[in-house]
Every structure is written in structure tokens, then in C-alpha cells.
Design a protein around this ligand. Structure first.
Ligand SMILES: NC(=O)c1ccc[n+]([C@@H]2O[C@H](COP(=O)([O-])OP(=O)(O)OC[C@H]3O[C@@H](n4cnc5c(N)ncnc54)[C@H](OP(=O)(O)O)[C@@H]3O)[C@@H](O)[C@H]2O)c1
Length: 320
């Protein structure tokens, strides 16, 4: 069968390598090129087997790809996405550059289960951040159905494995600084992911504040987000709302017990549970959401979006 050529920019990074591995296992895609900057010319093994040799971005014929994934850093990515678009390729940008809340440009926000109709057939999609994927997917039924108290403050404490910070040499990410330790970072409600989360909440017509405090887990991958949400009225059986909303979704798992990062590792899923909170004057829900930051939080969701953009089955080439 004819295969569709797909390119990966930033292939030597964590998200880019996952993308290369997904492309190589995809029944309808073939890898047209994989770029690196400092590591151009190197050959690397891919997660799950196989290998790839990185080329410099300037040496790549962007027009040889029908679709380009950009897993480049913020600030660098948008320019390369534009070059890919100018060369006639569709593009999925994994960086924050083109996400809602970060740009005036009208780019589809690829939170797939929430924006599927816009993603289908789109030429350009901005893939959501890893934290926003776990948080917004957990909140989605409440946002859509207007259960959140007017003017409420949604409080989010979330923790990520160290691959969330990218493959950069930093003192605070040394093994000795991370292992057997747990700490908050980006405190003060200033993390860059807040822009897209606030913009999404506003798009859903919800008037609420967000407090978001990220933490660093002493693991390689995984995110667990813990959210408290003040409600307009108490909900007796909140789980039923999530079960109804995500009834037909292959990549959303609604569970009765708190989700764990090991249950979602290397999988393209969001695992969610909800529960009313006792002993509070205002009715309040606890929402817990777990993802693999490199799969559903990055490469997996990007592949889901690429499938939809090219008219393929959304789950093609993705692990269950
Ligand atoms: N990590 C996650 O969990 C995650 C989740 C969601 C979204 N994202 C987003 O996805 C993108 C990639 O993240 P990552 O964690 O995979 O980053 P990373 O590990 O730091 O990889 C960055 C990639 O970009 C290349 N690169 C860096 N500067 C470049 C330049 N000036 N020109 C061309 N190529 C350049 C690097 O090449 P060399 O290494 O060869 O220099 C590498 O291939 C980021 O925008 C990030 O925010 C990441």
C-alpha cells in the first residue's frame, strides 16, 4: 500500500524520538526525515526498536513530506512550521508557539477529544501542552456542562516526570537533585501552560480562575494532576457525567479509584476519576487525571491529530 511520507523536526529530543518510533510502527506512514541540531549526523536507537539517523534542518527537503511534526523548542518551532506550510506540508506543532493564549493566529488547538471536528482535515494543528492535556481533559465535562460555580477558583496541583523538561543539561535536573526528592517549581501561578488553559476555559464560556502549581517527580515520565473544583450545586454521582461524556472514547479511561502514572506509562490515554469532597461548605469535586507526558501529553496525541488531519482512523499506529 502507498505510504504517506512524514517528517519529524527535533527528532533527537524526547518527544521527537517518540514520534519517530510511532511513525516507524504506523501502517500508513513512512519517515521522510528526522532532524537534530547539535546531534545532527548521529544515529540513535528508538523506543521499541529500530534506529534513525538525524539530519540538519537546513538539509531537509520539507516538501518531501505530506505532514511535518515539529518537536522543536518554543520560539524556534513557529518559524519551521511556517517553512513546512510554505513547502506544502500539513503540520502539527508540539511547541507552545501556536497554542491558544500564546498567539493571535487562528490555529486549531489539538485537544483531540474536545476539538475533533476542527482537527479533522485541518492543515495546521497546535498540539496541547502535557500538563494542559491532563488538566483540561479531566475538567472537560464540567466545563462543557456549566457545573463550575461562577467566579470560582479551580486549584490544580500537578507533578511531572523529568522528561517533561526536555533533554537539556541542567544542574537542577541531575540525578542526585531529582532522585528521592519531590519539589514544586514555577510557583506563583506563572507557569507558561496557564495561558492555553485560561484561554481554553474562556473558550468554553466558563468564568473561573485557575491556580496551577507544578511539581517534579523523581521518575522519567508521567503526570498526575490533582484538581479541586467548586460547583454550582452538589453532584450525587459525578462519575456518571464523565462516563457519559467519554463513553465512546478509545483513549479516555474513567476509573473508580485514583489513577496512577504506572497505569498510563507508554500509553496514549488519559485516566480520570472524580469524587465529591466531604466537610466543605461549598460543594466541591476532586478530579484526578493521569497521563504519560510523552505519549498522550505529546507524541501520541500529535499522532492522533495527524491521523485525523489525513482522514485516517484516529487510533491508527497508536498503542492502546
Ligand atoms: N517533553 C515533554 O513532555 C513535552 C510534552 C509536550 C510538548 N512538548 C514540547 O515539544 C517540544 C520538544 O520537547 P522535548 O522535550 O522533546 O525537547 P528536547 O528533548 O529538548 O528536544 C528538542 C529538539 O529540538 C532540537 N533543537 C533545539 N534547538 C534547535 C534549533 N535552534 N534548531 C533546530 N533544532 C533545534 C534538538 O536538537 P539537538 O538535541 O540535536 O540539539 C532536539 O531534537 C517542545 O516545544 C516542548 O515544549 C514536550
Amino acid at each position: 500500500m502507498h505510504k504517506i511520507p512524514v517528517g519529524v523536526l527535533g527528532a533527537s529530543g524526547y518527544a521527537g524520538r517518540e514520534l519517530c518510533a510511532l511513525v516507524q510502527r504506523h501502517p500508513r506512514f513512512e519517515l521522510a526525515f528526522a532532524t537534530a541540531n547539535g546531534r545532527r549526523g548521529e544515529t540513535a536507537e528508538l523506543p521499541g526498536g529500530g534506529s534513525v539517523t538525524f539530519v540538519a534542518p537546513d538539509d531537509v527537503p520539507l516538501s518531501s513530506a505530506a505532514l511535518v511534526f515539529s518537536a522543536l523548542p518554543h520560539g524556534t518551532s513557529a518559524e519551521w512550521v511556517q517553512r513546512a506550510r510554505d513547502a506544502g506540508a500539513r503540520a502539527v506543532d508540539l511547541s507552545a508557539d501556536l497554542r491558544i493564549g500564546n498567539t493571535e493566529a487562528d490555529v486549531v488547538y489539538g485537544l483531540t477529544e474536545a476539538r475533533r471536528d476542527e482537527v479533522r482535515g485541518a492543515e495546521l494543528v497546535a498540539n496541547p501542552g502535557c500538563y494542559p492535556t491532563s488538566i483540561l481533559m479531566g475538567l472537560l465535562p464540567l466545563l462543557e456542562e456549566g457545573h463550575i460555580a461562577h467566579g470560582a477558583t479551580i486549584s490544580v496541583s500537578a507533578a511531572s516526570g523529568v522528561t517533561g523538561a526536555g533533554m537539556s543539561a541542567r544542574l537542577d535536573l541531575l540525578f542526585g537533585e531529582v532522585t528521592e526528592n519531590f519539589r514544586a517549581y514555577g510557583t506563583g501561578n506563572t507557569h507558561r501552560h496557564l495561558n492555553e488553559m485560561r484561554a481554553f476555559v474562556a473558550e468554553e464560556g466558563v468564568d473561573a480562575d485557575l491556580i496551577f502549581t507544578p511539581h517534579l517527580l523523581p521518575t522519567a515520565r508521567g503526570i498526575l494532576a490533582t484538581m479541586t473544583v467548586p460547583l454550582t450545586t452538589p453532584m450525587d454521582d459525578p462519575l456518571a457525567l464523565w462516563q457519559r461524556r467519554f463513553h465512546n472514547e478509545r483513549f479516555i479511561e474513567i476509573v473508580k479509584t485514583p489513577p496512577e502514572t504506572r497505569h498510563v506509562a507508554h500509553r496514549n490515554v488519559v485516566r480520570i476519576t472524580v469524587q465529591p469532597l466531604a466537610h466543605l461548605r461549598q460543594p466541591t469535586l476532586l478530579v484526578l487525571s493521569a497521563i504519560d507526558n510523552l505519549m498522550k501529553g505529546a507524541a501520541g496525541q500529535a499522532m492522533q491529530n495527524a491521523n485525523l488531519m489525513l482522514g485516517l482512523d484516529e487510533a491508527m499506529g497508536l498503542p492502546a
